[in-house]
Design a binder for this molecule. Structure first.
Ligand code: GDP
Ligand code: MG
Length: 593
């Protein structure tokens, strides 16, 4: 396809403003799918994505409109996947900004639109859901101008649901978004946007060609990875897979090259020709590193091999999570896993539970600390609180910090400020944009990975949005807090906390566990300790009654049921010395709330 006939764009929207519905509509209008095939939303295809309304993997669709080829890039919708988003955006020249005509500009819209502006995109505003009685398109038009600072005089009024404005949107893409630039005669240079494992095709690599041509049978090289491969397929998605003979400058499509693992295909890498390589790689390549670590252990020790297989399978499709075997005195054999963030962790955990039917215990998530040892002992990276060296061998501990941007309606500002303050935040800026506060805070990542996002959402009734990036490491007064149940440390519950917060966190943890651990026939002390010093303590009173006593002997079925239930419960418990802790207790205890 000649460059002037190509348009590459993405869709920016706050959650629920209609991004997926519009994407489906564009595909349908341009003939990619029949009405029947439209019944299920095409772009979000994983269960978890549908439930949470976010896109986890970038998808792309080639549309044809009035002699032009339009490539729609769907971008992941969560801060954990910020780097993938940045690469998808780098592959586009423009974006549709979809704003709900009844809701107006929302926080996430802003965060995304600024990113798009940073990539020099031409932005076409679309005011969606004009079919709603509560729609106020003119008000929203002014919001786009006042809050974002974009000219919205040419905004397209649309209803993705009723099919209003769809042709206008397609025309606007052709007329207003610039064609890509590139040199067909230059050596091949293509950006790796995304990759995933397909059981039939092997690893499928989504690319944007910058210069030159890529063809079937070509010997290619990944410039950052340094590896070479033979291209065996070239194609695009419409959204059904279609094989092509080649892809030229400005084009978006996929290749396969007999690659078995996605770990060999780093997002952002530059693909070039082996015989006639490009002089230099594309800018902006970054190796993504897991930032949040936790242990995953099977509730039933017999499931260990199944867990290993399941984790390996998931890893085939996700190079950004890491795992290695871990043993815990209390939990037995499991894996220490690294993730891009807490949502990423939850996704993997949910998939293991749902798709592979595993019962898991997750230990407290932890960030990576840098520990400077005394007497020139050097520096170590700590991924697991259980590996914390003896305190007198530690000279200094550094922890990762982030810069967070929060958008929140005025009325919730007070409690949000308090939340940030409680989490050791340092306020950098507070401005108002169109009746909304924009807060910039520096926060320790450790204070954010637990439940910051959930708290933020519940305090603001869902209206606050949150975006962050890491800014580096800083020294912190951090200590390892252990939890002892019946005088035995439970390694899965130990965590690294700031000294000033340790007592409150410890007390809270003990109180929680007191409610979560069932009574036993003896008294159980629960303690939080730093080193040898107990900082909080609770006691679970002894239980005397027989569980079946309530049944008055008569009702045999009920008695049997109760015993069965108890047996079932036992399976899901972990024994610590002579104390049994239900699986739910770990999960609940680790949530701070
Ligand atoms: P996304 O989160 O931005 O992908 O939003 P979806 O496309 O999933 O849409 C969110 C909800 O809004 C769904 O229930 C859609 O059916 C609905 N929706 C999308 N577009 C329109 C529209 O133009 N009008 C109305 N009334 N509802 C819409
Ligand atoms: Mg969606």
């Amino acid at each position: 396809t000649p460059l002037e006939k190509i348009r590459n764009f993405s869709i920016i929207a706050h959650i629920d403003h209609g991004k997926s519905t519009l994407a489906d509509r564009l595909i349908q209008r341009t003939g990619g799918l029949t009405d029947r095939e439209m019944s299920a939303q095409v772009l979000d295809n994983m269960d978890i994505e549908k439930e949470r309304g976010i896109t986890i993997k970038a998808q792309t669709v080639r549309l044809e409109w009035k002699g032009h080829v339009l490539n729609l890039m769907d971008t992941p919708g969560h801060v954990d996947f910020a780097y993938e988003v940045s690469r998808s955006l780098a592959a586009c020249e423009g974006a549709l900004l979809v704003v709900d005509a009844a809701q107006g500009v929302e926080a996430q819209t802003l965060a995304n639109v600024y990113q798009s502006i940073e990539h020099d995109h031409e932005i076409v505003p679309v005011i969606n859901k004009i079919d709603l009685p509560a729609a106020e398109p003119e008000k929203v038009r002014h919001e786009i101008e006042d809050i974002i600072g974009l000219d919205a005089s040419g905004a397209v009024l649309a209803s993705a649901k009723s099919g209003i404005g769809i042709d206008e949107i397609l025309d606007a893409i052709v007329e207003r978004i610039p064609a890509p630039r590139g040199d067909i005669d230059a050596p091949l240079k293509a950006m790796l946007i995304d990759s995933w494992y397909d059981p039939y095709l092997g690893v499928v690599i989504l690319i944007r060609v910058i210069d030159g041509m890529i063809r079937k049978g070509q010997q290619i090289k990944f410039m950052n990875a340094g590896t070479q491969h033979l291209v065996d397929r070239v194609g695009c998605f419409r959204p059904k897979i279609e094989q092509l003979t080649e892809l030229g400058p400005g084009e978006v499509g996929f290749i396969t090259a007999q690659i078995k693992e996605v770990s060999q295909t780093a997002v952002g890498d530059t693909i070039t020709d082996v015989k006639r390589p490009a002089a230099e790689a594309l800018p902006g390549f970054k190796e993504v590193q897991p930032v949040v670590f936790c242990g995953l252990f099977p509730v039933d020790a017999n499931d260990f091999d199944k867990l290993r297989e399941s984790i390996s399978k998931l890893r085939l499709n996700d190079a950004s999570f890491s795992f290695e075997m871990e043993t815990s005195a209390a939990l037995g054999f499991g894996f220490r896993c690294g993730f891009l963030g807490l949502l990423h962790l939850e996704i993997i955990q949910e998939r293991l539970t749902r798709e592979y039917d595993l019962d898991l215990i997750t230990t407290a998530p932890s960030v990576v600390y840098k520990i400077h040892l005394t007497h020139g002992g050097g520096e170590i990276e700590l991924h697991n609180p259980a590996d914390m060296p003896d305190p007198n061998k530690i000279e200094m501990i550094e922890e990762p910090w982030i810069e967070a941007t929060i958008y929140v309606p005025d009325e919730y500002l007070g409690p949000i400020l308090k939340l940030c303050q409680d989490r050791r935040g340092i306020q950098k800026n507070l401005t108002y944009v169109g009746g909304r506060a924009q807060l910039v805070y520096e926060l320790p990542l450790n204070e954010v990975v637990f439940d910051f996002y959930d708290r933020l959402k519940s305090i603001s009734r869902g209206y606050a949005s949150f975006d962050y990036h890491q800014t580096g490491y800083r020294e912190g007064d951090l200590v390892k807090m252990s939890i002892l149940v019946n005088n035995e440390p439970v390694d899965a519950l130990s965590m690294i906390v700031h000294r000033a917060a340790a007592e409150a966190r410890g007390r809270h943890m003990c109180e929680r566990l007191k409610d979560l651990i069932p009574r036993h026939l003896f008294k159980i002390p629960i303690q939080a300790a730093i080193g040898g010093k107990v900082i909080a303590r609770e006691t679970i009173a002894a239980l005397r009654k027989d569980v079946t006593a309530k049944c008055y002997g008569g009702d045999a079925t009920r008695k049997r049921k109760l015993l069965e239930k108890q047996k079932e419960g036992k399976k899901r418990m972990r024994e610590y010395g002579s104390v049994q802790i239900p699986q739910e207790a770990f999960i609940a205890a680790l949530r701070m709330g």
